[in-house]
Ligand binder design. Structure first.
Ligand SMILES: Cc1cc2nc3c(=O)[nH]c(=O)nc-3n(C[C@H](O)[C@H](O)[C@H](O)COP(=O)(O)OP(=O)(O)OC[C@H]3O[C@@H](n4cnc5c(N)ncnc54)[C@H](O)[C@@H]3O)c2cc1C
Ligand code: SF4
Ligand code: SF4
Ligand code: SF4
Length: 370
């Protein structure tokens, strides 16, 4: 390999504002024990901490989702060619499902399918646990490890009261640093739930055969059109723009648009839909440079788009994913809607449209990027 190093990531990725903060470089640094790089601030790209100890091995550079060095190799492994011919990636099948467990269904973002699959894999001892994301408030998430049902329910990201410290916290983000968490659980068999940028780095490391990626048993990918970031001034602007009090937001969901469930004084729920293009001011800048909507390298991908309310769209991609999905269906962990081929085609068309629009957004953005 050539003599690339983390300095090249600083020059080519960070300084251009397109670091997606996936944390891959930090997790998989060849010399992680020397604390060479790390997140000094969780809302900014990683930085050199002990630059003199950098081996200049280039691993961080090769696995970064913004350098695309290993794309050809991954595309071969995951039977994917490119977004123009396969906008939603290679898939074996597509479903619309929901959890049969009442709690996973109630607290789940959509059909509670992701966490009920993780719970099943733990019960069957196929994994020791999973890196998921705990929701402290609708816009504040922390990566965490879950190996039991109560912890999974806590990480389901549904109804949660906003913490009373809301006003003291300066920044909120829907993004979470799940991948660096991998380092704490090096000797366990893990499921990792992640956005496309996060799972990309895991797949690159598996491609290169570098520790601790061999502990990742299964990659459960979330659809992701974009992520959001708010500091104090943006919270004020958001409240003015949309006439919504931040502290009234109980839950957010993302499908065709961004859906806010608000606290309501009277009976019933107050739901507000805001189109993605109205939220451009709150989107993480680096998300503009990302073209994968459906998580094309996951074993199974999950989203709300294409399914009715309280159902999850499930795209099964790999042999491993196929096996797990067959098991959870036959053991009654999830129930699936019966969808005929014409409905399936409609789902695929809708998801392909969103995938294509993300690809186009990146193309436009990259044209102007210096
Ligand atoms: C930032 C973000 C953007 C999304 N964008 C879209 C979109 O544009 N269109 C669409 O159809 N679907 C989108 N999704 C996916 C959708 O919101 C649901 O997560 C998905 O449908 C699974 O629902 P579920 O009820 O089956 O999952 P659940 O059973 O509720 O499980 C969800 C799992 O995701 C984990 N999780 C939550 N947030 C994060 C995070 N930020 N990083 C890593 N893990 C996390 C939770 O801990 C939990 O393990 C997005 C999700 C996120 C987190
Ligand atoms: S690997 Fe991830 S965190 Fe590291 S520079 Fe690339 S995008 Fe940023
Ligand atoms: S040791 Fe290798 S992986 Fe770690 S920062 Fe230096 S170049 Fe990157
Ligand atoms: S759009 Fe989603 S997958 Fe892409 S960089 Fe942003 S958070 Fe990561």
């Amino acid at each position: 390999m050539s003599t690339k190093s983390f300095q090249d990531l600083i020059n080519e990725v960070h300084d251009r504002g397109i670091c997606q903060e996936c944390g891959g470089c930090v997790s998989f640094c060849s010399s992680a024990e020397f604390n060479i790089i790390g997140f000094k601030d969780k809302y900014s790209p990683p930085e050199y901490i002990n630059k003199d100890k950098c081996l200049e091995c280039g691993i961080c550079y090769y696995i970064c989702p913004q350098t695309h060095i290993l794309d050809d190799s991954l595309n071969k492994s995951y039977k994917f060619s490119d977004f123009s011919s396969m906008p939603i990636g290679y898939y074996e099948d597509i479903y619309s499902c929901r959890a049969t467990d009442k709690e996973f269904l109630e607290y789940g973002t959509d059909g509670g399918v992701v966490n009920s699959i993780i719970n099943y894999l733990i019960e069957k001892k196929m994994i020791d646990g999973a890196i998921v994301s705990r929701t402290d408030a609708p816009f504040s998430r922390e990566a965490t490890f879950a190996d039991n049902k109560p912890d999974l329910i806590r990480s389901s990201g549904a109804k949660l009261d906003i913490s009373p410290q809301l006003d003291e916290i300066q920044k909120f983000s829907t993004y979470t640093h799940s991948i660096p968490e991998l380092n704490h659980y090096k000797f366990k068999k893990l499921a990792v739930v992640g956005t496309p940028c996060q799972l990309y780095t895991v797949r690159c490391m598996q491609d290169l055969g570098v520790t601790p990626s061999e502990n990742v048993e299964i990659c459960l990918g979330l659809f992701c059109y974009e992520n959001f970031f708010f500091d104090k001034s943006q919270i004020k602007k958001f409240e003015k723009d949309f006439n919504i009090k931040f502290s009234d937001i109980e839950k957010i969901n993302i499908k065709e648009d961004v859906i806010f469930k608000l606290k309501s004084e009277g009976a019933g729920e107050k739901i507000i839909h805001i189109p993605f293009n109205h939220l451009n001011n709150y989107m993480r800048f680096a998300c503009n440079a990302c073209d994968d909507f459906t998580n094309v390298y996951a074993d199974i991908s999950f989203g709300g788009l294409g399914s009715p309310d309280k159902y999850t769209t499930v795209i099964v991609r790999t042999e491993k994913g196929k096996k797990v999905m067959a098991q959870v269906i036959s053991d009654g962990v999830v129930s699936c809607l019966e969808i005929d081929s014409s409905k399936k085609n409609k789902m695929i068309e809708l998801i392909s449209q969103f995938s294509q629009s993300k690809v186009n957004r990146k193309e436009d953005f990259m044209k102007d990027l210096v």
